[in-house]
Design a protein around this ligand. Structure first.
Ligand SMILES: C[S@@+](CC[C@H](N)C(=O)[O-])C[C@H]1O[C@@H](n2cnc3c(N)ncnc32)[C@H](O)[C@@H]1O
Length: 303
């Protein structure tokens, strides 16, 4: 277990407790009475998500989809691999992307099956995704047979080049309408186009925008009466209730990248926390927060 830089908050929520426990264990002799319970806590937290993923189906590929199941699974593995292997920092430095993207943004295989299960249970036909990145959730949702259309919004033009060949090879591109612009602008366009409400909305973009995305979707006719919104990362690393250890007082001793990341995380935590307060206290909404990955909140109109 490699000790981590204690000033950095690792990954998303599932990675945080095991990484902190690794750091604690690296300072502890195996003969210490605290070693065994900490090691057990480490294994418990590190293996929780792999266990949930192992005992959930792998990507749901319907029978009679038109493209061979093995081909769809091959595309799926390839997009996950390419997401991991792409040099996102280099792309930004070379000006090929406008925004700094990173593999950690991908919601991954386990969450994809969770989303597919929601869509299938609800018999969702029209789906809106706000924040697409490498389009794995988009692809997974479009594979669900009842889903007729996924309108997918992202601000980063580079993602069209990255995503569309995968969607075509998986046989779902005819279901996906990918629109590149700031999401609030596209939501206004959809409203002006007289777009009917969506059955399912998946919000997974900039955290500071979440509150306004929900407000617009709910109040401006973009959610069907019995539609459902799923908002991702609503437990954002657990930072709302378990802030990281404070930085040293002398900020000149703290590397600039650590300071920048702390600021980014503080802004995201604020955005997510304000969003959580907003939806929980909204008189017309009912919410259930689920501890899936980094937290998924299910939002419906009040019955
Ligand atoms: C966490 S990733 C999305 C992950 C994706 N939903 C998945 O399941 O793998 C967030 C995405 O939101 C996009 N984004 C950030 N700000 C945005 C905005 N204002 N409008 C639209 N997209 C935005 C980013 O470009 C990025 O691709």
């Amino acid at each position: 277990m490699a000790p981590s830089n204690p000033l950095l908050v690792p990954g998303l929520l599932p990675a945080r407790a095991p990484t902190l426990l690794s750091t604690a264990l690296s300072h502890l002799s195996p003969s210490s009475p605290a070693h065994a319970p900490l090691l057990e806590a480490h294994t418990l937290t590190a293996q929780l998500e792999p266990y949930a993923e192992k005992y959930s189906s792998s990507l749901i590929v319907p029978r009679g989809h038109g493209v061979e199941e093995s081909e769809v699974r091959g595309v799926w593995e390839e997009v996950l691999r390419k997401t991991e292997e792409t040099d996102w920092v280099g792309l930004k430095e070379r000006g090929e992307t406008r925004y700094q993207l990173g593999a950690v943004m991908c919601s991954g295989a386990y969450e994809a099956v969770v989303l597919q299960t929601f869509a299938a249970m609800m018999r969702a036909e029209k789906v809106l995704e706000i924040g697409v990145f490498t389009g794995t959730a988009t692809l997974a949702l479009a594979l669900v047979p009842c889903v007729k259309q996924v309108i997918a919004l992202d601000i980063e033009p580079y993602l069209s080049t990255f995503n569309e060949p995968f969607w075509t090879r998986a046989g779902v591109s005819h279901k996906i309408d990918f629109r590149v612009a700031p999401a609030l602008e596209t939501l206004d366009k959809l409203k002006n186009e007289g777009y009917e409400g969506f059955d399912l909305v998946f919000i997974d973009a900039d955290k500071e925008g979440y509150r306004e995305y929900v407000r617009k979707v709910v109040e401006e006719g973009l959610l069907k009466e019995d539609g459902v919104i799923l908002a991702d990362n609503t437990m954002y690393k657990g930072l709302a209730w378990a802030p990281p250890a404070p930085l040293p007082e002398d900020e000149f001793t703290v590397p600039a990248d650590v300071l920048a990341r702390r600021k980014f995380e503080a802004d995201n935590t604020k955005g997510v926390h304000e969003f959580n307060e907003y939806v929980r206290n909204h008189p017309d909404l009912q919410v259930a927060m689920l501890p899936i990955r980094d937290g998924i909140t299910v939002i419906r109109r009040r019955m």
